[in-house]
Design a protein around this ligand. Structure first.
Ligand SMILES: NC(=O)CC[C@H](N)C(=O)O
Length: 348
């Protein structure tokens, strides 16, 4: 008998099994990744979303903190065909409702047809369909989470590898994955991580060689302060961005972003570099995209499936951004060279 309910836009309710109890709501999205569930579940980009795994078994190699991208679980809820006890116990201990024993193909098909949508979940012995519907009706659109940066960013500046010999990086934390900092530190950069709403004065104090805008959740238009930093520093120091970072840079430099139907989430998204014609496999997690890069940025890489911009560059101004996740946790390591490229630009 069902003890969990998933309510989708249009008031359709799907029965399921409770694996971590509670009620929750968020924008329901799906990832096709077949590995990397610990990294995905701790990726701050999933804040305010309900993550559905299309791969049917999640948790088959345990739960290890070494693989976490942050110190907590970020999706508001988790849906899978089958969750192992390890993952279910972890989610329960984190207070994140989770359900399984439902047809996730059905949810994925619905999202593909109708687009990412609002969702409510009620799970546990006392859960009712109405509880799930009540959650659904209270759910906000992603773009209406205007303070989402405050939910995921550091509160004050944190410095990594203070004595490093490499470039000084000012990384604006819009919800950064830990492996972005790791990738920079491995290359001996000194990394100052700033709150998402840092001012020009804060950043100027470290005299950066590179301004780096991180990934993050929600609508890039809700990260206006990071955009102001981009406007201030463009032309003076090189700029880099990953995922939300690419979107913020584009918006700040006269471009435009828009919401996609259901986005790209997975570990095998093919990206073609227009200059070399080489295709790499990438890890992705985004629901917005750059619709217009503006006059200062060239689209240098595109998604092979739908031609959306995956890389923006300006050689003269020193700008390299990526829509995908070159830090590759989880994922193919094809694009780790991004970090060498941006640090080379910073050291020039
Ligand atoms: N991973 C990210 O940085 C995601 C960026 C943005 N929140 C989007 O959904 O498009």
């Amino acid at each position: 008998m069902a003890d969990a309910y998933v309510a989708l836009e249009g008031d359709r309710v799907i029965e399921a099994r409770a694996r971590a109890p509670g009620t929750t709501r968020g924008e329901v999205v799906f990832t096709t990744a077949y590995t990397g569930y610990e990294e995905s579940l701790t990726d701050p980009s999933y804040e305010e979303q309900i993550l559905t795994f299309s791969y049917p078994l999640i948790g088959n190699y345990g739960v290890r903190e070494e693989r976490f991208e942050d110190d907590r679980v970020h999706p508001r809820g988790v849906v899978a065909r089958e969750l192992t006890d390890d993952v279910a116990e972890w989610l329960e201990s984190e207070g994140v409702p989770a359900v399984d024993h439902l047809d996730t193909r059905d949810i994925v098909t619905e999202i593909r047809d109708e687009g990412a949508m609002k969702c409510g979940i009620a799970a546990g012995p006392d859960a009712t369909k109405q509880d799930a519907l009540d959650e659904l009706h209270d759910c906000k659109h992603m773009s209406d989470h205007v303070d989402i940066g405050a939910q995921v960013s550091v509160d004050s500046v944190e410095t990594y590898n203070e004595d490093g010999d490499g470039a000084t990086v000012a990384l604006v934390d819009c919800g950064a994955k830990g492996s972005i900092m790791d990738s920079l530190v491995e290359r001996d950069a000194v990394v100052h991580v700033f709150p998402y709403d840092a001012s020009e004065g804060d950043v100027a104090a470290v005299d950066p060689d590179l301004l780096f805008i991180s990934n993050g959740p929600g609508d890039p238009e809700n990260f206006g302060q990071a955009g102001e930093l981009v406007e201030t520093y463009v032309g003076d120091v090189p700029l880099a961005g990953i995922c939300l970072g690419q979107q913020v840079v584009a918006n700040a430099l006269g471009g435009e972003t828009e919401k996609m139907e259901f986005g790209h989430r997975g570990v095998n998204q093919p990206v073609r570099d227009l200059r070399t014609n080489k295709v790499v496999m990438t890890t992705q997690n985004h629901g917005y995209t750059v619709a217009d890069p503006g006059d200062d940025l060239d689209v240098t890489q595109v998604n092979v499936n739908d031609d959306t911009p995956e890389g923006l560059e300006n050689d003269d101004l020193g700008i390299i951004t990526r829509q995908y996740h070159p830090e590759a946790n989880p994922g193919p390591h094809d694009s780790l060279g991004f970090f060498d490229d941006v640090l080379a630009m910073a050291e020039e």
